[in-house]
Write a protein that binds this ligand. Structure first.
Ligand SMILES: Cc1ncc(COP(=O)(O)O)c(C=O)c1O
Length: 429
């Protein structure tokens, strides 16, 4: 059977967009629109209560982004100028730039190639007398090995911040992410499993951390706009508050979140069953004790098993192109590791070398060669988000699996070198 890139029929005819919108969303959003407070209004207050209850946190503060919630986490934990914070070398940029926002210094750790999360066995070698915190990133819907992280944190008296922006509802040994460390951050951005367009949530169980984070969130004030304010800046604050319309959309989506996550788990398992034995393709690994929620289903190519000796990036990109032409929107999540990014190489955060050259800081250097597992991941991965989410179903997941299988069967039949040059020809034409 000809594959689509060589003129055959494509396997997947339709993938529906994310997120599904129904009467519940319309009701919540219209109610907010017809209300009288469009700033930090009643829907913000309710979303905080509902999300805290859903996740199992004592305190929650809704923000205009996940990045804001991360910055609040650093301030909430009392971290400041020159403090070093450990963070994985592969993540979204703001998992690390949020550290700079508070004049702290990011120190990177390579990833564990199997889980794609921070290699927790490499944390201790990065700890100095200046290390004060660890930001763990539960990447793509899979929790970090939190027992080990918490043990190290206890030994060295470090704060633990959970970047759970991609992992709503993911569990580690039965506990939801965002409830294990000192505090955590969620994103409600367009592509997230809880989408309100933009937005986010800071969570903690610690009252002192909550109070400090709240000051940073709203102009350095000590009270929220739903309490009686004195409009006094008690500390340096930003304006990180959410607004009522966005929160109303978030509340509507939250009523459906558990259903979404169940669908993702089912669809991921259907897909895995179909592609798990494909030679040259590495399927995602879920360690025992972790409950993955499949924010992003990420695959890696294995060029050595495909007898390919050329450039692995060209091979990966050719495979991705062929799968796309079968009707499956696959993509690369990040093609740069964090320490390689200009902000860390040029140290151009606040100008004049700050915060690295500040008298309180250690002028750490960032050598991208130190993070070989993250580099390899960048060259070999591709993945998908919404094809496995509602309103797409198990039938869609099956077709996605068949599309991937069809492409790899074709590679096997033609031989990898010949197959790659044929794809390159089609791409040129
Ligand atoms: C792991 C991770 N951390 C932080 C963020 C930042 O979230 P936001 O875009 O809501 O600021 C994202 C967003 O994509 C993310 O994927």
């Amino acid at each position: 059977m000809k594959i689509a890139i060589f003129g055959g029929e494509k396997t997947v005819k339709e993938i529906k967009d994310w997120p599904p919108i129904d009467e519940i969303d319309r009701k919540y959003v219209l109610n907010s629109l017809e209300g009288t407070n469009h700033a930090y209004g009643p829907n913000c207050v309710e979303l905080e209560k509902e999300f805290a209850a859903w996740n199992g946190n004592k305190y929650a503060i809704t923000t205009n982004s996940g990045t804001a919630a991360l910055h609040m986490s650093i301030a909430g934990c009392g971290l400041g100028v020159g403090d070093e914070i450990i963070v994985p070398s592969y993540s979204w940029s703001s998992s690390a730039t949020c550290i700079l926002h508070h004049n702290c210094i990011p120190v990177f750790v390579d990833i564990d190639y199997e889980t794609m999360n921070m290699d927790v066995d490499k944390i201790e070698e990065k700890i100095t007398e200046k290390t004060k915190g660890i930001i763990v990133v539960h990447l793509h819907g899979l929790s970090v090995e939190m027992d080990k992280v918490m043990k190290i944190a206890k030994k060295y008296n470090l704060k633990v911040i959970e970047d759970a922006c991609q992992s709503h509802g993911a569990k580690y040994k039965g506990k939801k992410v965002g409830t294990i460390g000192d505090c955590g951050a969620f994103s409600f951005n367009q592509n997230k499993c809880l989408c309100s367009g933009e937005g986010g949530m800071f969570v903690t169980n610690n009252e002192e951390i909550y109070e400090k984070a709240k000051m940073l969130w709203s102009f350095g004030e000590t009270r929220t706009p739903s309490e009686s304010r004195d409009y006094h800046a008690y500390a340096l604050g930003w304006m990180y508050r959410n607004n009522d319309l966005t929160a109303a959309f978030g509340r509507a989506q939250l009523t459906k979140l558990d259903g979404y996550l169940e669908t993702q788990k089912k669809n991921a398992s259907v897909l895995t069953d179909i592609i798990k034995d494909i030679k040259g393709l590495k399927i995602p690994y879920t360690p025992e004790g972790c409950e993955h929620i499949w924010y992003n289903y990420t695959l890696r190519i294995e060029p050595e098993k495909l007898d390919f000796s050329g450039d692995e990036v060209i091979l990966r990109d050719s495979i991705m192109e062929a799968i796309r032409r079968e009707g499956v929107p696959v993509g690369i999540w990040q093609s740069f590791i964090l320490p390689e990014m200009t902000v860390f190489q040029a140290k151009n955060a606040y100008g004049k070398g700050c915060p690295w050259v500040c008298p309180h800081s250690r002028n750490v250097s960032y050598n991208p060669e130190e993070y070989q597992e993250a580099q390899k991941h960048c060259r070999r991965h591709f993945g998908m988000t919404y094809p496995l989410r509602q309103p797409n179903n198990e039938k869609t997941a099956e077709l996605v699996g068949l599309a991937i299988k069809k492409v790899f069967d074709d590679i096997k039949e033609k031989g990898t070198d010949k197959w790659v040059s044929m794809v390159q020809e089609v791409k040129k034409s």
